[in-house]
Design a protein. Structure first.
Length: 246
């Protein structure tokens, strides 16, 4: 029995073909005909909001076997630019270790095997490295999220990825209760295995006034900018503010 070929090891896909497929995916999500989308227009101008951006990138990663982050839409802000980036990703040789954690990023369903703590840690570490644009090995699992550079906007993206991967619906205050990757992975593992979360996971951190919840502190001006630039929706911004005042 042969396994399905990895899209990255197959014949390179020309940028024009990637653009056509990418445009078809985007048009389907937005409910319009592909020919109505101008490949030179920005995703923002085309109407792609933050939630659709996450869904769009997830669809592309599933189609091509890549692991691009949602922030790629800001670095390559038009369909044409993103298609060139994707084509280059597909043409580049993929180290075997670079995609080892990929199966663990699929949403956990009732019929799937339950991931262990090490698997969850590796998955979250890979997702966080993608958001922060750094190597996975540079992520210290015991370092506070704010020390790693995770601001309120990136924290919202990170948490959205956790919820999407594991079928959860956690709020941003989770980053206050579990302020580093090791603690977060332990919590997520407990949730997906239906194991009671140890009281120490919350109680030994929250009451300590010497450790302010900087990972979820919110710059109101930055939040307003994010909503105006459609990086966050109004609902997402409201959720962040609710977590701040809780």
């Amino acid at each position: 029995m042969t396994s399905a070929p990895d899209p990255r090891t197959a014949c390179p896909t020309p940028a024009a073909d990637v653009l056509a497929e990418l445009t078809a995916v985007l048009a389907g999500m937005m409910g319009v005909e592909p020919q109505r989308l101008d490949a030179q227009d920005s995703f923002r101008l085309l109407g792609l909001d933050s939630m659709l951006s996450v869904e769009f990138v997830a669809a592309l990663n599933a189609r091509y076997g890549t692991r691009i982050a949602a922030t790629a839409l800001y670095e390559h802000p038009t369909p044409a630019a993103l298609a060139r980036h994707l084509a280059a990703e597909l043409a580049a040789p993929a180290p075997a270790s670079a995609f080892a954690p990929a199966p663990a990023t699929a949403p956990v369903s009732a019929g799937s095997s339950v991931p262990g703590a090490d698997t969850v840690t590796d998955t979250l570490r890979t997702q966080l490295a993608g958001i922060l644009h750094c190597a996975v090995r540079d992520i210290d699992v015991s370092a506070p999220f704010d020390a790693l550079g995770l601001d309120s906007i990136l924290a919202a993206e990170f948490l959205a990825g956790i919820n999407r991967t594991y079928g959860l619906s956690e709020q941003t205050d989770l980053l206050y209760d579990h302020p580093d990757l090791a603690a977060m992975a332990a919590y997520v593992t407990a949730r997906v295995t239906d194991t009671p979360v140890p009281a120490a996971g919350r109680a030994d951190r929250a009451p300590d006034p010497a450790q302010p919840p900087r990972a979820v502190e919110i710059d109101l001006n930055a939040l307003l900018d994010a909503v105006r630039d459609e990086v966050l929706s109004i609902d997402e911004a409201a959720a962040l503010l609710a977590a701040r005042s809780a």
